[in-house]
Structure formats: C-alpha cells, structure tokens
Design a binder for this molecule. Sequence first.
Ligand SMILES: Cc1cc2nc3c(=O)[nH]c(=O)nc-3n(C[C@H](O)[C@H](O)[C@H](O)COP(=O)(O)O)c2cc1C
Length: 337
Amino acid sequence: MKVEQILQKSRENMNDLCKSCPVCNGRACRNTIPGPGAKGSGTVAIRNYDAWKNIHLVMDTICENTPVSTQTNLFGHTFRLPVFAGPVGAVSMHYGDAYVDQTYNKVLIKACKDAGIMAFTGDGMDDQIMIGATQNIKENDGIGVPTIKPWAKEMVVEKLKLAKEAGALAIAMDIDAAGLPFLKGFVPPAGRKNVKELKEIVQEINVPFIVKGILSVKGALKAKEAGASCIVVSNHGGRVLDDTPATADVLEEIVQAVGKDMTILVDGGIRNGQDIFKALALGADGVLIARPFVNMIYGAQEEGVKALVDQLEQELIDTMEMCGASTIQEITRDMVR
Ligand SMILES: Cc1cc2nc3c(=O)[nH]c(=O)nc-3n(C[C@H](O)[C@H](O)[C@H](O)COP(=O)(O)O)c2cc1C
C-alpha cells in the first residue's frame, strides 16, 4: 500500500480529532487537544511546517554521478537514514481507541527497527507505559529511546532503571513537558529541572542522554553544561506553549552556539525528504518525525511504517542527487537558502 492509501485507512480507524490529512501541517487540527493539535491559538504547529517550506533547495547537478547513500551513524549504530519516529503518548485519547500506548509502542519499535530506523517512545501517568516500552525495546536489541517526563527525582530514577535494564541505545527526557497541563498539578511535583538535576541523570546512566525540547541557545548551552550528549530542537509540536518560534528558525543559531560536540536532532513539521535535507543542511545530525507515524500505524501497522520510511528515503535520495550530495556528510549549508 502507498502512503496515500494508508492515510485513507487511518482516517477510518481514528476518532474525528485527527483527519489524517494528505499533508500533516497542523491546519485541520489547529488547537485540538485532546487531539493532535497545538496549544492555544494552534499556530505553532502550522508555523513549524511553513518554516521548512520557506527554506529553498539549491540545485546543482554538475558533480560525480556516484551512488547516493543515506546511511548514518548515530548513538553508535548505523541507521538507514537519519530519521527517528518521535515519541507520542496517550494515543487513545488523542487519536482513538484502536491503540493504547502499549500496543502502539510495541508495533512502532519493531516496525522502525525492521525499517532500519529507530523509535522514541512517550511516557505517561500510567507506569505500565514505560514498563511496556522498555520491554519492547529490550526485545528489539535496545533499538529504541524511552523518553521520560521530567517527574520528581525518585520517579525518574525508577524509569531510568527500566531504560537501563532494557539496554536502550540512548535515553531521553522531554524537558519541555513542563508545559503540559497534566504535569502541572502532579504530586510529587513534576516540571522544570535545573542543570544540577540533569547532571545527576547523566551520572546515573552510561548511554547518551538526550534532552528533548530545546528552543534557544541558552537552553542548549545548559543542556551541554549538564553533560547531555544530544538535544532535540523541538517545541513539542506546539503543544506546550503558544507563540513560540518555528524549530527551523532557531536550529542554525543553536547549531552554531553548541558546536560539534553534541548530536543535534530537530523536529516539528518535518514531512518529507526535502525537509529532512534542509534540516541536515542547517546543521542537524538527524530529525524526528512524530504525528505522521501515528497515521501510518493506525492505517496499516508495520506496513504503514515501512511505506513511510521507504517514501522518505526515496525523497531524500532524490534531493541529495539534485543538490550535489552523495553522502549525508556531503550535505552542506550552501545547499539551502
Ligand atoms: C498526540 C501527541 C502526543 C505526544 N506525546 C509526546 C510524549 O509523550 N513525549 C514527547 O517527548 N513528545 C510528545 N509529543 C511531541 C512529539 O514527539 C514531537 O515533538 C512533535 O509532535 C513535533 O513533531 P511532528 O510535527 O513531526 O509531530 C507528542 C505529540 C503529539 C501530537
């Protein structure tokens, strides 16, 4: 099945909150939460998408016609392309009860591994979500990234233990989840964390620590000071604060400030191979794509994930061919404007 057909199926299997649009650009769901939309005015998800469209590709086909490879080494592992499925939690509430987080993550983790990429998994109030996700990651040779919410210390320690036992390649925390309404009233209090608290997490683990939800140079430098190996430039798809800038608009300044010592990933409205190429040209090492993977799984389980990854790979190869790059390392800043 092609991605368009899978989207059609996805529409049939979802509640009406997600319309499984041909292009997931934040417009039809706008400010629907519950649902896959963005917070407040709902404009941030739209801005994320539009910002990639405002970056243009610089074509150059006068070069060696060598075969194009999208292979990338990240977190000590070789991936088919520098794309990860982003974490999505509370799927039954936001997309309909064809899946709960446990069944969604089980399909996602394996399907991503089989397709040559890797999934990040979300976290929630129910302990079983992280227990299930880490079990699935273990069954898939550690190819998965559990993303822990910024809970109180004791709870973080418990979840880190699960992630470590699973042999996960890396462990993430969505530090911007401080903006989620359900975290605000949580007892014991969850939310923002300081550099010292993040350092303690880094000391607890012996795999890369990824801080997801960085949107400023200041934030990136604090994550670096804490010893994080990787940041995800992200505004949580507009779900944690209204009126933030698009991730594409802050990526380059963050890359320049942080330098080459950290792995830099980015998400928010990245929908095709051209967008992936643009992110890499601006200095990212890889990207996360979140909402479209949900549509693929609701539409066609593993087959949906494979179809999307195949399509993204083909689009990225096309773009590289047309802009003069044969390897991911050869993608440079002058290839976009
Ligand atoms: C319904 C929904 C649930 C999400 N749950 C999580 C989560 O549990 N943890 C997390 O780090 N990010 C979560 N996100 C944010 C995504 O991982 C991602 O950062 C965001 O959607 C932007 O990427 P996209 O535009 O490709 O969807 C969620 C997003 C959506 C739409």
